[in-house]
Design a protein around this ligand. Structure first.
Ligand SMILES: [Zn+2]
Length: 348
């Protein structure tokens, strides 16, 4: 029997002020020549803090580059600029910069350090990079980061919608794991119990303290990170992504104005959980308490976008059995959009 190798981050910091200690962490890890790939439009004070932290620990920054789009093409362009003596790549900012930096590090086979400035989804510590190739979004095989450094205070200061997007992407693990188990019962698809348990238990920890404060940020960041590790353990995105993600991917394709990943996923999770007869009330309460649904109501989705996306979603990944594979699911979800009291005002 082949025993799979699981690579997990060797360096993890999840605390306020971690950003100002990055130089120290890199120095201790003997990674003294680095490249920083950061988000387009990253605020100046955050850029300055990174630079000062590296400089104060005598870390040589060989290259600082801005990532404008999360495409395979821009990852290849970054790779061509990579100095041969780079000992690590630091991805800094939002999801796009981290996806590109992670992929460049994977191709170049150098350690990658993820330094997200918000907790908007689980991508900062997943074994894939979400990149466009010829304009179409794809999940490219990549590797988990060598280091995950989350300054929880920085993430708390990010716009609230980014936080709520992270809550939506986290709560999705409940329906994703349920879909995985449905696929086992229907088609015998094997479930990796450790990955499923890890994914599920991290959500419970955040649910016990779903606050927008330092402890809530530590729990949300840790949960999103451990979901990436659950994916690495089982070699599949199953513990993190089920029918609710299918709907979100479909919205990315069909919506006039696709929205933050976790906002789409969170609403889809709430709806899908009712079809699954699984934790619907718990999920609804969490999304109410965190102000998630209020944020959606301030900028509602178009019902027509969801109608198109729901009709197409079951055909997106036909090989992956989820609750959406069952006949009539899309129609029932659309009915919930019209009738469920909790989502009233979330669609126009
Ligand atoms: Zn997601």
């Amino acid at each position: 029997m082949l025993i799979p190798m699981v690579h997990v981050p060797a360096l993890v910091r999840m605390k306020p002020g971690a950003l100002d200690r990055i130089g120290i962490y890199l120095h201790r890890a003997d990674l003294k020549k680095v490249v920083v790939l950061h988000s387009h439009g990253l605020i100046e004070s955050l850029q300055k803090r990174m630079n000062e932290s590296l400089k104060s620990a005598s870390i040589q920054t060989l290259l600082i580059d801005e990532v404008n789009d999360a495409s395979f093409e821009s990852a290849v362009a970054s790779l061509s600029k990579l100095p041969a003596d780079a000992q690590a790549i630091v991805g800094y900012g939002g999801g796009k910069a981290l996806d590109v930096a992670k992929y460049v590090a994977f191709l170049a086979n150098v350690p990658f350090l993820a330094v997200p400035t918000s907790l908007s989804n689980d991508g900062f510590c997943s074994p894939q990079s979400s990149l466009t190739l010829n304009g179409r979004r794809k999940s490219m095989k990549s590797r988990l980061p060598h280091g995950v450094i989350v300054d929880t205070q920085v993430c708390l200061e990010a716009p609230r919608d980014l936080w709520l997007s992270g809550v939506g992407d986290l709560v999705a693990k409940i329906t994703a794991v349920k879909d995985w188990k449905l696929a086992f019962h229907k088609h015998g698809e094997p479930v990796n119990d450790l990955a499923a348990l890890l994914s599920d238990s991290t959500v419970r920890q955040f649910m016990a303290c779903p606050r927008h404060d330092p402890e809530g940020a530590r729990l949300l960041g840790t949960a999103l990170m451990l979901n990436g590790i659950a994916m690495e353990i089982c070699g599949s995105s199953r513990p993190a992504s089920g029918s609710e993600h299918n709907i979100s991917h479909s919205l990315d394709h069909f919506a006039e104005r696709p929205r933050l990943h976790g906002l789409q996923v969170g609403v889809a999770t709430y709806l899908v959980s009712q079809l699954q007869h699984h934790e619907h009330e718990t999920i609804g309460r969490l999304l109410d308490e965190t102000g998630f649904f209020d944020a959606i109501r301030r900028d509602p989705f178009l019902r027509s976008d969801w109608q198109k996306a729901l009709e197409a979603a079951p055909k997106l990944r036909p090989e992956r059995y989820t609750i959406l594979s069952e006949p009539g699911s899309a129609e029932r979800l659309l009915q919930m959009i019209d009738e469920d009291p909790r989502v009233q005002g979330c669609f126009v």
